[in-house]
Structure formats: C-alpha cells, structure tokens
Ligand binder design. Structure first.
Ligand SMILES: Cc1cc2nc3c(=O)[nH]c(=O)nc-3n(C[C@H](O)[C@H](O)[C@H](O)COP(=O)(O)O)c2cc1C
Length: 281
C-alpha cells in the first residue's frame, strides 16, 4: 500500500535528524544572575494547555542552557515572536551558540530591549522584552509540572500571564484579516546550517458551511466563559451564526451585561433584550 515510502532510522534529536518538522522561531528572554536580560533562540516551544483559562506553553531545552538555568532560578521568562527577516534569523543563530555567557552573547545582539509590562516603578524583576517582536507572551514557570526529564533535557510548563501584540497586528487579529510574517524553522539541520523556510502569503481554506459552529461548540464556549452564569439552549441558538472569531467577544459582552444586572441565567428573552438595546443605540 505505502510502496513509495521507506522507514527512517530514528536518531537523537529525531525531529531534526529523521524528519522535516516545521516549527516557530522565538527568542526567550530570561534574567541572568547579573540582572541582565539573556536572549536564547528556541523552536521547541508550543501551546500546551489551551482551554480552561490556565493557558500554558511547553518549552523543551537543554538542561545547561542559560535559559533553563535562569527559568529555574527566577521562574520567569518572556517568549518573543520575531518577524521573518533574514538578518533576524542570522542574529538568532548567533545567539544560539551553546556555552556562551549572557555577557558574551548579548554584547553582539542586534535586538533592542524594553522593560517588561509586568514591571512597575522601573524595577528589574522581570526579563526585558524584544522591541522588534510581533507579539510577546510574558510567562511564569509552573514548577508543579514534571520538568526534569534527564540531565540533558528540561520540559518547562510556562503559564502565559499576558500576551502583548503590536497594535497593527492586534487590529488584524480582531478583523481576522492580515498576518505578520513569522519565520518557520524547517527542523532539518546538518552540522553546519540551520534551515528556515520563507513565509509566503497565507491563503484561506474555508470551513464548509455545514460544519460551521455546532451547538455543542458554542455551548461549550458559553458555559466555560463564566462558570457562575448559565445559558439556556434557546439563548445559545441565537448566537450560532456569529463567526467563530467574534464568538468570544459576543459572549463576553452578553456576560458583562448580565453581571451588571445581577443575572445568573441567560435566556432567549434576555438575548432579545440585549439585541434590541444595541440596535437602539
Ligand atoms: C533557530 C534555533 C532554534 C533552536 N531551538 C532550540 C530548542 O528548541 N531547544 C533547545 O534546547 N535549543 C534550541 N536551540 C539551541 C539554543 O538556542 C542554544 O542551546 C543556545 O545556547 C541557547 O541559548 P541560552 O544558553 O542563552 O539559553 C535553537 C537554536 C536556534 C538557532
């Protein structure tokens, strides 16, 4: 059946050596012992907890990297998503040379740094952020997740405290139109090179109409939004046609109104009331 395929022997770093694997490229900022911000390029950094409010990323890193040592010591980091520019990728590869101290590597870094949005009164408790980034996840390490896999490999569950985004891309996100150019690390690497793939213009593949928001999906979104507020099925039916990207905003608006009025159950009549109020405005 699979006559055009052959088995690939799996070696260490199997995703690089035995496959092609598209990954993001991020710069992780952490605080070195000296108080200076350290930047390390990473690709094994993916969403891990994606529902239920406790959003988290998973970072896989060498146990001896500056990044892992700094996360273990301070419990803090920021994940900076830098745009796809060749000069930035060159700068990332330069920052990815194992064994250099923060001082050695940062003196040649082309990236500019700004205080964390978590800092107040100029305090230096949080790692700085990369100005050139498109978006940044400010994170706190969740120590309760098993992180020491072996001497060489650490798994960090990073709770996402905050996402900040360049205003231009935030507007695109809300409109569902326009995308930043983010780099893709192609996974495969030989002894002398990293390979990145060029970001091309994103294209759309619409979800077939009949597979639009199902009742279950919308109900799930409504009920998990605020556990103290329940929704009657008829109320949910009234927002089935809301495009997915606006759904959360619509739910948030209804819940906020209901809370203002001290309601705990959202009924079909209440949805009509809100709709009439809004169209009146
Ligand atoms: C594009 C790119 C992606 C990388 N991804 C990872 C990764 O996911 N995990 C890892 O342990 N090292 C990765 N590295 C290697 C680290 O960047 C390297 O170990 C570096 O020394 C880390 O910096 P630090 O010691 O300041 O943390 C990557 C390097 C580059 C250039």
């Amino acid at each position: 059946m699979m006559k055009d395929f052959t088995e690939v022997r799996m070696l260490d770093n199997f995703y690089q050596t035995s496959s092609f694997f598209p990954m993001p490229v991020v710069l992780i900022s952490t605080l070195a012992d000296s108080g200076r911000t350290n930047l390390g390029p990473y690709s094994l950094c993916f969403p891990h907890n994606v529902t239920g409010g406790d959003y988290a990323m998973m970072l896989v890193t060498r146990g001896s990297s500056n990044t892992s040592q700094n996360i273990i010591r301070t419990g803090l980091c920021a994940i900076n998503f830098i745009p796809d520019k060749k000069k930035y990728m060159k700068a990332c590869v330069a920052l990815g040379y194992p064994g250099e101290t923060t001082e050695e590597k940062m003196k040649n870094s082309i990236f500019t740094l700004a205080p964390s949005t978590r800092s107040s009164n100029g305090e230096q408790r949080y790692p700085e952020l990369v100005n050139e980034a498109v978006q940044i996840f400010e994170c706190t390490w969740d120590k309760s997740f098993p992180h020491e896999h072996s001497d060489v490999e650490y798994h960090f569950l990073l709770r996402v405290d905050k996402i900040i985004m360049r205003k231009k891309w935030y507007d695109c996100l809300l409109k569902g139109k326009g995308f930043p150019r983010l780099p893709v690390d192609f996974g495969f690497r030989d002894n002398v090179r990293f390979w990145f793939s060029k970001h091309s213009r994103p294209y759309r593949v619409p979800i077939p109409q009949e597979k639009g928001n199902s009742f279950e999906m919308v109900k799930y979104a409504c009920t998990r939004f605020d556990p103290e507020i329940s929704w009657e099925d008829e109320a949910i039916n009234k927002i089935l046609k809301v495009p997915n990207i606006f759904l959360k905003k619509v739910i948030a608006g209804v819940v906020a109104e209901a809370r203002k009025e001290g309601l705990t159950v959202i009924t079909s009549e209440y949805m009509d009331k809100i709709r009439n109020k809004r169209s009146g405005k």
